[in-house]
Design a binder for this molecule. Structure first.
Ligand SMILES: C[S@@+](CC[C@H](N)C(=O)[O-])C[C@H]1O[C@@H](n2cnc3c(N)ncnc32)[C@H](O)[C@@H]1O
Ligand code: SF4
Length: 372
């Protein structure tokens, strides 16, 4: 009999030094965090998930945030020890941590690696001091690149994030910035176009007409240049915003996009286990109280219908260049063929993927092909 498929574990750390004006992630600024209480609560939340999802080994773990590089390394080590004890690890487990590139955090990279982290995703965001100030970041380019150097020495695998399509950013300026980024030689890059998220400071500015981001053809030109340059450098896109050398993709994120099971612990974490959607309490204090009360931080558990699962799998899978295998019960193949004729989708039997033009119109493609 085949061994069950490895499971992915997401661990959310909800604290940041300051709130960036574009960010709508579940992140909170607190003067004081009760570290021992948080560590124990994460371990309890993890043990609960393992008790309802037994018999699987972990193939990947991802510490996301917020700013997980603010986690005390001994908390990371405690979570990893509990995870190995509860589930066990596959031999080449991928353990990623999202890090902000400040000097204080870079000083901890050695301890985080010693705790078991093997891959880091560094939030550089820009290679231009004025842009970093505009994005409300606590670091400048010099400090960010020093952290990148430290990360490349400390971890086996390094990726970093950049935000492009910023207000007023010309195509030539982005080409220069991206060429420099590629030159640092990491195996993976996450390149996000700036989006205005509801409820953020940038959304308020945009509503007042004080902030405008490139749209339409300008945004498409920036996207297409990004694809050409990264592909030319051996880091092709494998998901809307993610680029890697072949074999260096984020195995953890592939789990989401391929719509496989993952456990999610910590404030606001989502999980999918056997067709059940799990959500943790979002506010750190409410999550802690729930763990004290119930032994876990779950806020809701919903059984998804086959239709809901199919539409989630579609939304996730079409983000990837590898595409998906569709079930005609849930996808209208005639509608797919109309989009193939328009050059937006590719189809080989039941295997469907988007073209480069199609990925830019994903939001309108999905409702057009999904059956109700
Ligand atoms: C969980 S966040 C940040 C992790 C880490 N705290 C940091 O700031 O580097 C993951 C990434 O999403 C991207 N991101 C967040 N909000 C965004 C937005 N509104 N538009 C584009 N990219 C965004 C940033 O590149 C960020 O590094
Ligand atoms: S972008 Fe990162 S550092 Fe900034 S608020 Fe969001 S999670 Fe925190």
């Amino acid at each position: 009999m085949n061994a069950p498929e490895p499971l992915a574990l997401y661990v959310h750390w909800p604290f940041c030094v300051s709130k960036c004006p574009y960010c709508d992630f579940n992140s909170h600024v607190r003067d004081d965090v009760d570290q021992a209480r948080f560590r124990d609560a994460l371990v309890a939340d993890l043990r609960h998930e393992a008790s309802v999802l037994p018999g699987r080994r972990l193939g990947s773990i991802f510490f996301g945030g917020g700013t997980p590089s603010l986690m005390p390394p001994h908390t990371v080590a405690a979570v990893l020890a509990a995870a190995e004890d509860a589930w066990g690890f596959v031999d080449d487990i991928e353990i990623t941590l999202e890090a902000n590139p400040s000097s204080v955090e870079a000083a901890r990279f050695g301890d985080l690696a010693a705790a078991g982290v093997s891959r880091v995703s560094l939030g550089l965001q820009a290679l231009d001091d004025a842009a970093l100030a505009f994005l409300g970041r606590a670091h400048d380019v010099r400090e960010g690149l020093a952290a990148l150097d430290t990360a490349q020495a400390a971890f086996a695998r390094v990726s970093f994030d950049l935000i492009y399509a910023r207000p007023g950013q010309s195509l030539a300026a982005w080409e220069g910035e991206l060429a420099r980024a590629i030159g640092f030689g990491t195996e993976h890059l996450s390149l996000y176009q700036l989006t205005i998220e509801p409820g953020t400071r940038f959304a308020t500015l945009a509503a007042k007409g004080e902030l405008a981001i490139p749209e339409g053809d300008d945004a498409a030109d920036l996207f297409e240049t990004t694809q050409a340059m990264t592909a030319g450098a051996g880091l092709p896109r494998y998901e809307v915003s993610n680029h890697a050398r072949v074999g260096a993709e984020s195995r953890h994120n592939l789990t989401y996009w391929r719509y496989r099971d993952y456990a999610g612990i910590g404030p606001g974490a989502h999980g999918r286990r056997g067709g059940v959607a799990t959500v943790r309490h979002r506010k750190p204090e409410n999550w802690l109280a729930a763990v004290d009360r119930n032994g876990h931080g779950t806020q809701s558990e919903d059984v998804l219908t086959a239709q809901e699962r199919a539409s989630e799998a579609l939304v996730m899978g079409l983000r990837m260049t590898e595409g998906i295998v569709v079930d005609p019960a849930f996808v209208d193949l005639a509608a797919v063929d109309r989009l193939v004729a328009q050059g937006l989708l590719m189809r080989d039997g039941h295997h469907v993927a988007t073209t480069e033009a199609g990925i830019l119109l994903l939001d309108s493609i999905l409702p057009a092909i999904a059956r109700d």
